[in-house]
Ligand binder design. Structure first.
Ligand code: NAX
Ligand code: ADP
Ligand code: MG
Length: 280
């Protein structure tokens, strides 16, 4: 087991002058039913603020006005418009699916469309409701794994649902066994989050704290991971992922110096400054 340190932030690179939005990746965020619109708005906004070149949000039409108000940089596709969904998936560098998606029938359809279309050169970040839905079909996960590079971001309860390992039994050895079975990367979120990536020693996040325990905090992390994978994954995807996870909690730690709780939207607001300070 390896503890992550601030050294990982060297992943964040100064931008070359000769570049444009296409250079920094296309992120597609999929989620947000009528009940959980905020989740996908935070994911989308985090991806924009962490530097993804182009971000498209696939969400319930009820969330359109809020999306354009909260993050006008993002484009919108209705979660009922399967034909446009297929188009945006095809051109994506990174896809996030799950924040606030819910588990209704239409959500399961969308998840199936994405799993069928994702390709080996794309990263697919699977979070929240998408993990909960996959728990019902976990026996098929090894079939899905070759398509796209899967990054699961469960909290302990979601990991229990998906892996079948009870929270009390979520030891490094048990978790590693399941991660290998899924041929995916697993970011197991909790106090001292752990990252289980293929052919890499387990990484442990030694920072972050209870001031982060607010709904939307994990939704925000998905957007940061997406933007980091879109921009920095070329040479070393594991380090890009670890840097995203580290950045999320490092900003929370800084803000907690004079705040009782740190809100997901506070972290989003701070991303640009933090990344500028740490860019090499
Ligand atoms: N503003 C919004 O729209 C929000 C939407 N959300 C969405 O709501 C859906 C359901 O997700 P939830 O996570 O709320 O519900 P879940 O039912 O999946 O998990 C929550 C339960 O897990 C337990 N738990 C045990 N260990 C935990 C750990 N280490 N971290 C977090 N919880 C732990 C909690 O106490 C709670 O009872 C997801 O799609 C999610 O993205 C949530 O993110 C909350 C905010
Ligand atoms: N006590 C804590 N210490 C460190 N990190 C925490 C703590 N509580 C929550 N977090 C972090 O907040 C995030 C919560 O994710 P998640 O439960 O998926 O939130 P949501 O689904 O509401 O967005 C994770 O990154 C987790 O590691
Ligand atoms: Mg979550």
């Amino acid at each position: 087991m390896q503890d992550l340190t601030a050294e990982i932030l060297t992943v964040i690179k100064k931008r070359p002058t000769q570049s444009h939005k296409g250079t920094y990746g296309r992120v597609v965020t999929i989620g947000g039913n009528k009940q959980y619109g905020g989740a996908i708005l935070m994911s989308t906004s985090a991806a924009v603020h962490a530097g993804a070149g182009l971000v498209t949000c696939v969400t319930a039409p009820e969330n359109l006005s809020a999306l354009h108000t909260f993050v006008p940089e993002a484009m919108f596709v209705s979660s009922h418009d399967y034909s446009t969904l297929v188009d945006v998936i095809q051109s994506a560098t990174v896809i996030v699916i799950g924040p606030g998606l819910g588990t209704e029938d239409f959500a399961a359809d969308i998840l199936q469309i994405v799993l069928n279309r994702v390709t080996d050169d794309q990263y697919l970040i699977i979070d929240g409701s998408a993990i909960t839905m996959l728990a019902d079909v976990k026996d098929q996960l090894h079939i899905m794994a070759p398509h796209g590079q899967l990054i699961f971001t469960p909290h302990e309860m979601e990991w229990q649902r998906l892996s079948g390992i009870k929270i009390a039994d979520q030891t490094e050895e048990n978790n590693r066994q399941k991660q290998e079975e899924y041929q995916a990367t697993v970011v197991l979120k909790k106090h001292h989050t752990k990252i289980y990536a293929p052919q890499t020693p387990t990484m442990r996040l030694p920072i972050g704290g209870p001031y982060m325990a607010t709904g939307g905090m994990g939704d925000t992390l998905t957007g940061i991971i997406a933007a980091f994978m879109a921009q920095f994954a070329h040479d070393d995807p594991q380090s890009a992922l670890a840097a995203a996870v580290y950045t999320h909690s490092a900003i929370a730690d800084e803000l907690s110096e004079d705040a009782y709780v740190v809100l997901p939207t506070d972290i989003i607001e701070r991303l640009q400054k933090f990344m500028k300070e740490h860019s090499k």
